[in-house]
Design a protein around this ligand. Structure first.
Ligand code: PA5
Length: 445
């Protein structure tokens, strides 16, 4: 179970102030639990861990097994935002750091597309696909998002021209809305196996739907353990208490924002495997809270690398941030530093120590230095980076996000601001129906 430690905020925050925000967070907990707040038609994610059945997990495994039998060694997962980051963060966290170089073949390699509009990216993806046995999972809840639609057009053509239309239908799976959207129409027409993103689950809360589970399963990871971790978290987080880690996290971050003006939160990790957990978290909190002129700007650093780039700013730059450190209690691999007879690098004082011990001391030293530099510190702690703990961590952040956004006074489950760039892009691309907007935008150039 995730643990939250706020000791590193004690020298910044008055106890009475924090208590005020705990009360607000407990009220917000009720709003979330009783489903009485804004956006309450998008709360399907809360119960997902308990609703996922063995049968559902088996369906994903069957697709993986079918593709493995065909010799598929590259699965292109197409999607953007919430239709991408959940799967990407879990796959990155559970993968061997050097899986690609080691050419491990225990499951197909899953690569992502449709999360950018770079021509070079797509062209280079085609270079890779040219050498591999390819299948595709195309994901778009709305079924109308431009980036994945463009990528899918290219990948679909590649698969159809290489394997023929009938076989292509066996190598393409679509995940989209139950009834509407261009992707739904296309999937029905082309006879693709299709999974549904439930109406009441928004993109950034969809990691425990087929959106996340299918690519993670195809990549060879233990989705049952991921779901069990989320189930375990759900039990603990469902209890109304000032000891509930989601209540503590939501209360403290709102207290830091409102009482101290700390308007940036940096999620800090000390394990490269967690880089994309931070990217997923940034979308979750950025899209859920950044609206109505409010919100905490979510940023991230990957330490210790970023201590040698961003460390200076965090230590001594403008004091606008607090940090939330993702603390992992133990490494699952072992590298011990050996004594060296010459000791030219003067590291013999570390002889016999595990590298992770040094990592933990770097983390602790940084936390204390940043407190001295005026940066409040929270810790979100998990035991280790495995599927069970990740399931718990992702569910924790989702649940805490709902509470935190309600404390802030915004609807966590909409994202009206995401439309602004799309309107401009369509106007600039001269999409039919955008004639007036095209004229207006061209006058601005
Ligand atoms: O969280 C969200 O709702 C968004 O980030 C969406 O996931 C993202 O815009 C992709 O949308 P879609 O799945 O409809 O293509």
């Amino acid at each position: 179970m995730v643990r939250v430690d706020v000791k590193g905020c004690a020298s910044f925050v008055q106890e009475a102030d924090y208590a005020k925000y705990v009360t607000k967070a407990l009220d917000a907990f009720d709003v979330l639990k009783n489903e009485t707040g804004a956006g309450n038609d998008f709360l399907g994610w809360k119960k997902l861990p308990r609703q996922i059945t063995e049968r559902e997990l088996h369906q994903y495994e069957s697709i993986r097994d079918k593709w493995v039998k065909k010799g598929v060694d590259l699965v292109i997962a197409i999607g953007i935002g919430g239709s991408y980051l959940g799967a990407k963060c879990v796959i990155e966290a559970l993968s061997h750091n050097f899986a690609r170089q080691l050419k491990r073949k225990d499951a197909p390699e899953v690569v992502f597309a449709g999360n950018n509009l770079s021509e070079e990216y797509l062209a280079e993806l085609m270079d890779l696909a040219a050498e591999r046995n390819v299948a595709c999972i195309v994901i778009s809840k709305s079924g109308t998002t431009t980036e994945p639609a463009v990528a899918f057009r290219v990948v679909k053509q590649l698969i159809e021209s290489r394997y023929g239309k009938a076989e292509a239908a066996d190598r393409i799976v679509a995940i989209t809305d139950a009834h509407k959207g261009a992707l739904k129409t296309l999937s029905t027409q082309e006879n693709y196996e299709t999974f549904v993103v439930p109406d009441n689950v928004g993109g950034r809360f969809s990691v425990l739907t087929p959106v996340g589970l299918l690519p993670i399963c195809v990549a060879g990871f233990d989705i049952k353990a991921l779901v069990e971790g989320a189930q375990d978290a759900m039990k603990g987080l469902g209890i109304k208490s000032d000891k509930n880690p989601a209540v503590i996290y939501a209360a403290m971050r709102n207290c830091l924002l409102t009482e101290l003006g700390k308007s940036t939160e940096i999620l800090v990790n000390y394990n490269p495997k967690l880089t994309f957990v931070a990217e997923w978290w940034k979308q979750l909190y950025g899209e859920s809270e950044g609206k109505d002129g409010k919100g905490i700007f979510p940023a991230s650093v990957n330490n210790t690398a970023d201590l040698h780039s961003m460390g200076q700013f965090i230590q001594e730059g403008s004091r606008l941030m607090f940090e939330t450190v993702l603390h992992v209690e133990r490494a699952q691999r072992s590298v011990v530093i050996e004594a060296d007879p010459q000791d030219l690098d003067q590291l013999n004082f570390l002889a016999g120590k595990h590298v992770e011990h040094c990592n933990h001391m770097a983390e602790l030293g940084t936390v204390l230095a940043h407190i001295d530099g005026g940066v409040p510190q929270m810790q979100v702690c998990i035991e280790k980076v495995d599927a069970f703990n990740l399931g718990g961590l992702l569910y924790f952040f989702e649940f805490a996000c709902g509470i935190s956004a309600y404390v802030l006074g915004v609807n966590p489950f909409n994202q009206p601001g995401v439309e602004a760039y799309k309107k401009n892009m369509f106007a600039l691309l001269e999409k039919p129906g955008y004639e007036e907007a095209t004229k207006a935008i061209k006058e601005r150039l």
